[in-house]
Design a protein around this ligand. Structure first.
Ligand SMILES: Cc1ncc(C[n+]2csc(CCOP(=O)(O)OP(=O)(O)O)c2C)c(N)n1
Ligand code: SF4
Length: 316
């Protein structure tokens, strides 16, 4: 692509700043690893949901930032630091207290996949079933990253972690990841969506919907959020990894708006999953058979999703 073509292409891209409600509420110098998409994620959520959003966080990589572990680096949001087991229940209590006081409030649980998919799953499922008026954002970095890159039920098939090591007794995780956004969609809540950091326009639209729909009931967003330390990628590769996850259908972008499924971005010619795995050190040991097994799982999940999607698609 020539420089002129690149410039023209960028000019055509939607200006994501149109969704910003206010200036950045986070200071520079927060305690994420360099290149971590979690920083981009939390700043973006804050800007699009607005400065009145109240965060409910748990012990995790986001905790040092949300809790304000540094003297001079923090944020201006109201925030409740919660246990991993209690996040959805605590958010329920907060929301109900505001409702009782006759006040509107956007309560946002912001947790890793270990919390959402394992440790805090039962209260999350319960809050969804009760249709509590809260937003739950799971930033999926596919493992317990803050405590040493252990496998979670978000860790994909074949991935190497500190508890699914590659060696004489194992070749990475032997089972696939839990299809969490689909599990949440089966709770029949007002809004469920997937998102990632390479497709910010798509993510912003879903955050705007989340802010509206949480007045009516439970909203769940599942955000693919690469961890360059745990996934063994260069610090400047994170967004490319997000893009590859979408283009390979490993992480398709979709939403279920009151049970109506639709793809929000469609890749005309899906790339082989190897286009993603080749970028990630945690998959570098995969042989042909393991790659085929991962590809088969990606294809199977995508077929299920396609069959649920009734309507139109956007994107290339
Ligand atoms: C009930 C409970 N179990 C275990 C821990 C220890 N712990 C603290 S942070 C953490 C990792 C959390 O992983 P995840 O939710 O995926 O977030 P990430 O670290 O990836 O950001 C764990 C297991 C805890 N705080 N509470
Ligand atoms: S360990 Fe991973 S998820 Fe945690 S702050 Fe570092 S790069 Fe981000």
């Amino acid at each position: 692509m020539t420089t002129t073509e690149t410039v023209t292409r960028f000019k055509k891209l939607p200006k994501v700043t149109q969704y910003y409600k206010n200036e950045d509420q986070f200071t520079p110098g927060v305690a994420f690893c360099s290149g971590c998409t979690l920083e981009h994620n939390v700043r973006f959520v804050s800007r699009v949901l607005g400065k009145d959003a109240i965060f409910v966080g748990t012990p995790s990589c986001s905790a040092p930032v949300l809790n304000g572990a540094n003297d001079g680096a923090w944020h201006r949001h109201a925030h409740y630091a919660c246990t991993m087991t209690g996040v959805a229940s605590s958010a329920t209590g907060l929301r109900r207290a505001f409702l009782k006081a006759g006040k509107d409030a956007t309560i946002v649980c912001f947790t890793g996949d270990g919390c959402a998919m394992d440790v805090g799953f039962q209260p999350l499922s319960g809050a969804a079933e009760r249709n509590e008026k809260i937003i739950y954002i799971c930033y999926d970095n596919e493992g317990y990253m803050n405590t040493g890159i252990q496998r979670s039920s978000g860790t994909p098939l074949g991935a190497s972690t500190s508890t699914t090591q590659v060696g004489s007794t194992g070749q990475g995780k032997s089972t696939g990841s839990k299809n969490m956004p689909m599990v949440m969609a089966m709770h029949d809540i007002p809004f469920v969506a997937t998102a990632t950091l390479s497709h910010l326009d798509d993510y912003a639209k879903k955050l705007d919907k989340a802010r509206e729909f949480c007045k009516e009931g439970f909203v769940y967003l599942h955000v693919f959020t690469p961890c360059n330390v745990g996934w063994k990628t260069p610090t400047d590769a994170s967004i490319e990894v997000c893009r590859a996850a979408v283009k390979t259908n490993y992480f398709p972008l979709w939403e279920a708006d009151h049970g109506r499924f639709r793809m929000t971005y469609k890749t005309k010619k899906p790339h082989p999953v190897e286009d993603l795995t080749s970028l990630l050190g945690k998959f570098k040991h995969l042989d042909g058979a393991q790659l085929a097994a991962l590809q088969a799982q990606v294809d199977k999940r995508f077929h299920v999703l396609q069959s649920l999607c009734a309507g139109f698609t956007e994107g290339e």
